[in-house]
Design a binder for this molecule. Structure first.
Ligand code: PLP
Length: 303
């Protein structure tokens, strides 16, 4: 692991930001999680565009522009590779997660006098954390995972725009806490009308009557980079796609359910609470889309 703090690359123990940093005090920050394939960041342009979107939505002036961010990410990846060689591989790891890197880019409004007023922030902070990737194990893809619909509600769009990827994640932390207590891999959050929105760190898809269904962006969800890739792939594969609202009952009667995120790619959901999804095994549409995803993302590195 190496950390780039405002352009200085240091080991984790030396990576410091101020306790007056508003990212720490208020979650007043935006961020991206990016992973590599064959050592190269995947969908980097989309991640950088979303970072700019998130910053714009909360009126945060980013300390680095997109080119600088890409450069600093590249420097930090190079330094991590040089320092550690290839990351160690876990025997249970899925092959496409071996020898790859996780990168978290965090930009905060900076430190200043304590107080909510954003004008108190003087100097925005930029951090890039690079670590060996720890994706879901091969077992998660082969058997599927359990997810639960949690009692914690999704952030209402009128509170914090959920299309902005900000550091204010307390509702997601509490959602994951509830999911773990119920033995689940991921928490699905409902909005205040009872519609399914997204996972704590994933987007959700269902296969209903052979068609792919996912909540629309108008549901006030994060525009997942992986969601975008999956929608592109589905259309190219001739799978009909509906971006329409999803109720918990739709997931219960779906033939297949899966979740997507940068870290997970496409992970089949085979249990929803105490019930099996479909046949209780990863389904054919999920497997087909994941194979197509693998060809796109991993093609260059042959995994
Ligand atoms: N939804 C939320 C709330 C997230 O935090 C994330 C990622 O962490 C996602 C969806 C998936 O987005 P992506 O595919 O860009 O990783």
């Amino acid at each position: 692991t190496l950390v780039n703090v405002d352009g200085a690359i240091v080991p984790p123990a030396e990576a410091r930001v101020s306790v007056f940093d508003r990212g720490f005090l208020y979650g007043d920050s935006v961020y991206e999680v990016i992973r590599t394939y064959g050592g190269a960041p995947f969908e980097l342009d989309h991640h950088l565009a979303r970072l700019a979107h998130s910053a714009e939505r909360i009126g945060l002036a980013l300390p680095w522009d997109a080119d600088r961010t890409a450069r600093e990410l590249g420097r930090t990846l190079d330094a991590a590779r040089a320092a550690g060689g290839d990351p160690p591989s876990d025997p249970g790891a899925a092959p496409w997660n071996v020898g790859e890197w996780y990168a978290r880019v965090v930009m905060t409004r900076g430190a200043g006098e304590i107080g909510l007023d954003p004008a108190l922030a003087v100097d925005p902070t930029a951090v890039v954390i690079v670590q060996p990737l720890q994706g879901p194990p091969a077992r998660a893809y082969a058997d599927g995972v359990k997810v639960v619909v949690v009692g914690v509600r999704h952030e209402a769009p009128a509170v914090v725009d959920p299309s902005a990827k900000t550091g204010a994640h307390l509702n997601h932390v509490l959602a994951v806490r509830e999911a773990r207590a119920r033995g689940a891999h991921e928490a699905l959050l409902l909005d205040d009308r009872g519609f399914v929105t997204e996972g704590s760190s994933s987007n959700v898809f269902a296969v209903l009557g052979g068609r792919l269904r996912t909540p629309p962006l108008a549901a006030g969800i994060l525009e997942g980079v992986t969601r975008g890739v999956v929608l592109r792939i589905a259309r190219a594969e001739g799978v009909a796609v509906d971006e329409t609202s999803v109720r918990p009952e739709d997931l219960e009667r779906a033939e297949e359910v899966f979740i997507t995120s940068t870290m997970r790619e496409i992970v089949p959901v085979t249990r929803l609470g105490e019930r099996a999804v479909g046949a209780g095994r990863p389904g054919p549409v999920t497997e087909r889309l994941h194979r197509a995803f693998r060809r796109l993302a991993g093609g260059a590195v042959g995994v």
